[in-house]
Ligand binder design. Sequence first.
Ligand SMILES: Cc1ncc(COP(=O)(O)O)c(C=O)c1O
Length: 464
Amino acid sequence: MSRPNSLTEKLSKKDKDFLFHPNTNLIAHHDSGPFILDRGEGIYVYDTDGNKYIEGMAGLWCNALGHGNQELADAAMEQFKKFPYGNLFASKSHEPAIRLAEKLVELSPFDKAKVFFGSSGSDANDTQIKLFWYINNALGKTKRKKFISRVQAYHGVTLATSSLTGLPTTHGNFDLPQNHFSHVMSPHYFMNKHEGESEESFVERLGQDLENHINKQDPETIAAMFAEPLMGAGGVIIPPPNYFETIQPILDKYEIPLIDDEVVCGFGRTGNVWGAETFGMKPISITIAKALSSSYMPISSVIISDDCYDIIAKKSNELGIFGHGYTYSGHPVACAVAIKTLEIYERDNILDHVNKVSPTFTERLKKCDKFDLVGNTRGIGLIGAMEFVSNKDSNLGFEKKGIAGKIFTDHAQDNGLIVRAIGDIIAFCPPLIITDSQINNMFDIVEDSLKKTMDDLTKRGFLK
Ligand SMILES: Cc1ncc(COP(=O)(O)O)c(C=O)c1O
């Protein structure tokens, strides 16, 4: 690693003086300072001192095609020059939004659907909440206000979606979750199983837990359930086999629709276009963002079936307007970049590529099981995680949560790899263009960093 140069030092000072960082320990930040990235090329990023890193998280699970994609830059520039801003309010439209909507409906599992654009996963899920309130009001089901999601779910951080998110950090001190939101058990077999419980029995228990929860809440008051196909930001929690097949009939029995949050899984991350295909979900509506534009521009969408859309349309006619939308709904530059992104996914067979390199990814990840620190590894497609334990026999976590995760990510970063610690779970979500040899490089660094982390934890008395 090169030592900080004067630019890094100058920027660090200004960062601490002026920037308010999201999702950051703000006091610790003032001590340790920022990690300032400067440029990227493919799966690699470089800091302001010229150090090179593998971007093992594709940014925030989003930079699917990696950095420096000239075609995406050109698509943006062309649109910037031609028509940099247009909106979709009051029947105005433009070609990029129309073409992108058509493509997304074609890719969706729905025969007929409509696409509503936003700028982030959070605002799209917020739109979903409003749409299902609107639909239920239009149908006279005025008691159906509540949403169910799961502990460890991540659906965003707007006022409403923070409540859907099932992570304490998005609730604490914000006076959340709000009343209409509740959480059922997460399908995290490794942490939530009872002693000796099989995956099959665990799934049965999850079904029972959901049904009890629905009855406790009163089924007539529930608008919908939100679920990610696999739970990303909660710790890459991959549902056990038959999880969705078990909960879907329960939802159907109580007429509770399933909203599919594909913000992380959509566009190939799990080896299919949709995580819903990988895990057998039957959604009524889908949320997408992130890989939709390979994160080159902020854009998100709700894809909702025409059955739902028609109800909304009829009501909007009675009310005179459908009164929801954003200044940047269908931003033309974002749409143009998304169209190009989807074109590249198809032309370059990104899905085939993911399925070709995924065995290297999952096998190398599985090999990390041999370390005493690693209680569990799990992966599918090009997303995975390893979970640290203080004692492998009991699978007990660390008393001081997050220390092992932080030590590991610091070592990985020193060794040239960026990954994310979610407490003591380490997440991996590299750009979808990563090659076999790059995956091997990435896991060579992981193994070396695991050794160093174990040494540190042993020295500090956290590992016996
Ligand atoms: C599954 C899921 N839904 C929604 C969101 C929120 O997206 P954004 O950060 O773009 O608001 C995220 C963000 O990571 C996510 O992982």
